[in-house]
Design a protein. Structure first.
Lengths: 78, 336
């Protein structure tokens, strides 16, 4: 199934893209997707990165075809 | 007459204007976010505005902190902001607090205001604001900038989620706008959005951005609103244990070199190493004997400006010949 990932903040630089469409296995959880992308792009300090599935911040959900997943790092500039 | 144009709105009216007059807002950090927020709240007639900032106006602030001008460089931000905003609105009370927000003063200060606006540029103070707001029962309006992107939310509003619900764990990479670069308009826009949330809360109008995180990319004009889940355990922890100090400590690779850190005590990240002597710029003259004068000493601060100043003082007034500036400041030391 296909899902869309959006990268925010420094993660757009770490991954080299703002957005990508990925083919993933049916039944994959958001947490599993996070683990996979962390590995793919060697994203440091993974525990600080939050995920939103279809605009809801939560990793405890199973992904479905067409889901949009936001990868959100903390930042503090002002 | 003065507020006529906003009183005309159904959401304001004369009763709303009275609410604004009776309201008090504390702005923590009068920089890229805090300046525009303060300007619009002063203009709107918010009765009391507190301005806390330990920093001085620098020439590199002026592209985004347009409340200040070239004549203000080197002066206290809190004092200059107070003076200028008082000229904008002589009817309101402005309080300048020339200090850093700390664990010691946060709760006492927050108790004197209805609402807190976060104009800070570091994780330590954001967590401190969060915890002190939970303990004093105040809502706070958060914003953060990374390059052309920003985040906005209202935390601890009517039992809503807190900053720790959004980011229970954070990163050691505290990248400021100084380090990454930023267009002046980006914090400007977010500071104004913060002021808008403050007005909505005071007027009890519209929908407050509580439990939501607004993300905007100024460069692409894209926008998203995410729903934040409350994590009651994160809020309970603060209620039970009090403020949890957030410290970013960086280990320094032993290069055999000696460093002199001329930053203030509260500046982050701290560097944890026996090879670092820590003396804030203002105190150098009192602690000359603590500075080695034989071996080479690398002097650093946040950006490289104050350390250059420190070197000039130590060379010209006290004859030191062994000092070298770390251009680029602390980030250079940590990231090489």
């Amino acid at each position: 199934m296909k899902i869309t990932i959006k990268y925010f903040g420094i993660l757009a630089e770490t991954s080299g893209k703002k957005e990508e469409i990925l083919e993933v296995d049916k039944g994959m959880s958001a947490a599993e997707l996070k683990g996979r992308q962390i590995k793919t792009y060697q994203i440091p300090e993974e525990e600080s990165v939050q995920l939103a599935v279809n605009q809801n911040l939560n990793t405890e959900v199973e992904l479905k075809e067409g889901d949009e997943v936001a990868f959100l790092p903390p930042f503090a500039g002002g | 007459m003065r507020y006529n144009r906003q009183i005309k709105l159904d959401e304001v009216g004369s009763s709303g204007q009275e609410k604004l007059r009776n309201a008090s807002v504390l702005i923590v950090g009068v920089g890229g976010l805090g300046c525009p927020a303060a300007q619009y709240l002063a203009g709107a007639g918010v009765g009391k505005i507190g301005l806390i900032d330990h920093d001085k106006v620098s020439i590199t602030n002026l592209h985004r902190q347009v409340l200040y001008d070239e004549f203000d460089v080197g002066k206290s931000k809190a004092l200059v902001a107070k003076e200028k905003l008082q000229r904008l609105n002589g009817e309101i009370e402005l309080v300048a607090i020339e200090e850093a927000l700390t664990i010691e003063n946060a709760e006492k200060l927050f108790n004197q205001y209805d609402l807190i606006i976060d104009g800070t540029d570091n994780f330590e103070t954001k967590y401190l604001i969060n915890d002190a707001c939970i303990l004093t029962g105040k809502a706070w309006i958060y914003a953060s900038i990374y390059k052309n992107e920003g985040q906005l939310s209202v935390f601890n509003y009517q039992n809503g989620p807190s900053y720790r619900c959004l980011f229970p764990k954070t990163t050691k990479q505290n990248v400021s706008c100084e380090a990454t670069g930023v267009l002046g308009v980006t914090p400007g826009i977010f500071g104004m959005l913060q002021a808008a949330e403050a007005l909505k809360i005071i007027l009890d109008a519209g929908t407050v951005l509580s439990g939501k995180l607004k993300l905007m990319n100024i460069l692409y004009g894209t926008e998203q609103v995410l729903n934040i889940q409350k994590r009651p355990e994160e809020i309970r922890k603060i209620k039970n244990e009090g403020i949890i100090p957030f410290r970013i400590v960086c280990e320094l690779k032993d290069t055999g070199k000696t460093y002199l850190d001329v930053r203030e005590d509260f500046e982050q990240p701290k560097v944890n190493s026996e090879k670092v002597i820590h003396i804030p710029l203002e105190k150098l003259k009192d602690r000359l004997k603590d500075i080695p004068d034989m071996e080479e000493v690398l002097v650093f601060c946040q950006s490289g400006e104050r350390s250059q100043e420190a070197i000039e003082i130590l060379q010209e007034d006290f004859g030191f010949r062994n000092l070298k500036n770390v251009e680029g400041g602390i980030e250079k030391i940590i990231n090489g």
